[in-house]
Design a protein around this ligand. Structure first.
Ligand SMILES: Nc1ncnc2c1ncn2[C@@H]1O[C@H](COP(=O)(O)OP(=O)(O)OP(=O)(O)O)[C@@H](O)[C@H]1O
Length: 737
């Protein structure tokens, strides 16, 4: 037993509570806690005993991997066949070589473009349905390819084919992660990835077989693609019948001892919220940066390597295809070894698995550099076999690392981003950099410079994320545990706070302004949010109402998690914010302001007139000015109009920023009278207010914030006696309240 084992409990649930405790200690003391990382490493090993591939298959069933492998294989075969048949397609359709090349690249571009929307859909809807539909579309495109007569038709079918293929990374990746236990995921990803090199080998074989079957036919390629449509349809039907696993089920079982019951009220994750969260997962951020750099090397360099085969070794199209197929065999071996070793290393230590990936990334570019200067074809092929093996050996652990640090709610989006960075960021950059280098120095020197530089840089970036890996895994685990605690509270029928903010971190770009903020507001309560200048009060309100997205933590309304929901959804659930300052359409009349404000936020005109009529009962002053342009209202009247518009939305909880800012004392009294009326009617409110006196006169409870942290929370009358805090607000504002 190692020291690490002794220092951390073996029971996953106990471990997760260690994680939570240590995480909160880290927040309070502001220090990074090594113990947290050690705990999470043990969590991984404790939760998952070593499993044979047979165990892994019996846990998830062979069907899912079999069908998804089949899908990946026909995708790859299709690509390979398109390359092989490119000259025939060119002749049949009487189009130029460059047109065929552009169309050939089109499918790849569509894979990149389609991945993100598909990933986002995959985080919301049945992934088996999406994958099935994409494959059916793909099958239609393959059959259609056999029928095309003109370039534009070719473009359309290849666009459809590319979109169909785009499900592979995000949808199939996340399905695999949720179907097979983490202890065997490396091997599962390895098998799935090996479909790509296998397709490169089989594509030319199938093409040759069809050419033999239809001898002398210039249109043999049409038959080849039509043939491919048959297994595609069968696989599409197969994927539609696959079981849809719950998202994150293995993580839940390991940590919580069972799956969380499905949440029928779960709200869709918005892309913006997923991005905000993902970019704050440091390991993920580093992986993306590394892949951007790696893409410089891996997307365009192989094309220049192929040019070298022609220019320096005089190899024609067929020979080049053959060499491509032979070197792809290395990829098969690499993917298999990558799967076995990444599982083994991850079990031992997640960092080791990461280093395996970074070492492979770095080695690949060096391998390409050597391949570019191969003295003859034989050495070129041998080095090509090795580089192909290294590539697939390195991609598997990366997938495993990404799966382990990303929240399971948007793992498909995370997988989509991986592909996007590699292909678009790296690919476009690679085309530019390698192209410029090739023009100046020739293909060989360009490869020898660009490929090692980019891939060693990628390896270094990736390796330097190792220090964050355990902490990121631990935080993903802790978030899951916290979600479970809240769901249990809800299921038990405990009285839930109307608003709950839990362990919230938030940053503007690199600058963090909220640190582990937690607070609760009960039904009917008025909470004053006080604090020094720049303490983060407005930012907190913006995160609650969804105008900004948290780096970490949760926002719930009546126990329902809205953390990843968009502002409009939150408005519909009753979270309504009255923005600070003058927030009216100045050229529109007061009544139009009300109606438009209500319409844009509600998205329809549901009884708006009636609602406006009801709301105006409270705002007699506005009623007298209904036809007056809002811009001509005084500051206080505009503040009232903002309040009235918010009330039109029938909020469950009203968030008011800077209630009395810039108002005359008389106007303050009028606004306060309205707020008191709302309070008497039982409306729940959070009020950010500069004046402690005003705030404490209407609030039941107060929260005092300083430098992004909650310093005091308690009954309003208690805060009135905390001279230190009250003085801080006075001093912070510099003016009396
Ligand atoms: N859009 C923004 N971009 C970058 N930084 C911002 C942005 N808005 C606010 N900040 C910074 O975030 C921190 C918190 O600001 P916030 O407005 O939330 O504080 P506050 O408590 O409402 O302050 P005040 O009472 O002075 O309005 C401040 O340091 C501020 O400079």
């Amino acid at each position: 037993m190692t020291d690490e084992d002794r220092a951390t409990p073996r029971d996953p649930r106990l471990l997760a509570s260690v994680v939570l405790d240590r995480d909160s200690t880290r927040h309070h003391h502001g220090s990074d806690d090594d113990g947290l990382r050690a705990a999470e490493a043990a969590l991984k090993t404790a939760a998952e005993p070593e499993a044979t591939f047979k165990d892994v298959m019996s846990a998830g069933g062979r069907m899912t991997l079999g069908v998804l492998f089949g899908l990946a294989l026909i995708d790859s075969v299709d690509n390979a066949m398109f390359t092989v048949f490119a000259p025939d397609i060119r002749e049949s359709l009487r189009i130029s070589s460059s047109a065929v090349a552009v169309v050939g690249a089109l499918a790849g571009v569509m894979v990149s473009l389609g991945a993100l929307p598909l990933g986002s859909l995959g985080d919301r809807f049945r992934r088996t349905f999406i994958a099935g539909l994409c494959t059916l579309g793909w099958a239609v495109a393959a059959a259609g390819l056999g029928l095309v007569q003109a370039l534009w038709q070719l473009v359309i079918v290849r666009i459809i084919a590319g979109l169909g293929k785009a499900n592979e990374g995000p949808i199939q990746g996340s399905l695999l992660a949720d179907t097979y236990p983490p202890a065997g995921r490396g091997r599962v990803f390895g098998v799935h990835r090996s479909a790509l090199p296998l397709g490169i080998v089989l594509g030319p074989v199938l093409a040759a077989a069809v050419a033999v079957a239809v001898p002398g036919d210039r249109d043999a390629w049409r038959w080849a693609f039509a043939v491919l449509a048959v297994p595609a349809v069968i696989l599409a039907l197969g994927v539609l019948r696959l079981p849809e696993p719950a998202r994150g089920r293995f993580e839940q079982e390991a940590l919580l001892g069972g799956e969380l019951p499905p949440d029928p009220d779960a709200l869709p994750v918005t892309l913006a919220a997923a991005f905000a969260r993902l970019k704050k997962i440091r390991t993920f951020y580093f992986v993306m940066a590394a892949l951007g750099a790696f893409g410089l090397c891996v997307t365009t360099v192989p094309i220049y390597l192929s040019l070298i085969l022609e220019d320096h070794f005089g190899q024609g199209v067929e020979a080049r295809g053959m060499i491509g197929a032979v070197t792809a065999l290395g990829g098969l071996i690499g993917a298999a070894l990558g799967g076995v070793y990444s599982d083994r290393l991850f079990r031992r230590s997640p960092e080791a698995c990461l280093y395996m990936g970074s070492g492979a990334l770095a080695a690949l570019g060096v391998g390409f550099g050597i391949q570019a200067y191969a003295p003859n074809v034989a050495i070129y092929v041998v080095v090509g076999l090795i580089t192909s093996a290294i590539l697939f050996f390195g991609l598997v652990p990366l997938t495993l690392v990404v799966a382990s640090v990303t929240p399971t709610e948007f793992r498909a989006t995370a997988f989509a981003l991986v592909g996007l960075y590699l292909a678009l960021v790296g690919g476009l950059g690679g085309a530019l950099v390698t192209g410029l280098a090739e023009e100046s120095w020739g293909a060989r020197a360009a490869i020898a410079v660009v490929a090692p530089a980019a891939s060693v840089l990628a390896g270094i970036i990736l390796a330097s994320s190792a220090g964050h890996l355990r902490g990121d895994i631990a935080r993903a685990a802790a978030d899951l545990l916290e979600e479970r605690t809240e769901r249990l509270r809800l299921a038990r029928g405990d009285e839930m706070p109307l608003l709950q903010v839990s362990h919230l971190d938030f940053s503007y770009g690199p600058v963090q302004v909220l640190f582990d903020v937690s607070l609760e507001v009960r039904q009917g309560e008025t909470l004053a949010l006080l604090g020094t200048n720049g303490a983060g009060k407005s930012s907190l309100l913006r995160v609650i109402s969804g105008l900004e997205h948290a780096d970490r933590g949760a926002v719930r309304i009546s126990g329902r998690t809205v953390t990843y929901a968009d502002p409009a959804t939150r408005v519909k659930l009753g979270i309504v914010q009255v923005p600070g300052g003058r927030s009216v359409y100045p050229n529109l009349s007061v009544s139009d302001n009300l109606l438009i404000g209500g319409y844009t936020l509600l998205g329809d005109s549901r009884n708006l007139e009636q609602r406006a009529h009801d709301v105006l009962e409270r705002f007699p002053l506005l009623r007298q000015r209904l036809d007056q342009p809002a811009g001509t209202l005084s500051g206080g009247e505009q503040q009232m109009l903002g309040l009235a518009t918010a009330m039109l939305l029938r909020p469950e909880i009203l968030l008011i920023d800077e209630l009395s800012l810039g108002l005359s004392p008389v106007m303050v009294q009028e606004v306060l009278a309205i707020i008191e009326g709302l309070k008497a009617d039982g409306l729940t409110m959070v009020i950010v207010e500069q004046s402690v006196k005003i705030a404490l006169s209407i609030a039941d409870r107060a929260v005092f914030m300083e430098k992004g942290q909650v310093r005091f929370e308690g009954p309003a009358h208690e805060l009135a006696h905390r001279d230190d805090l009250v003085r801080a607000v006075f001093l912070g504002k510099g003016a009396g309240a």
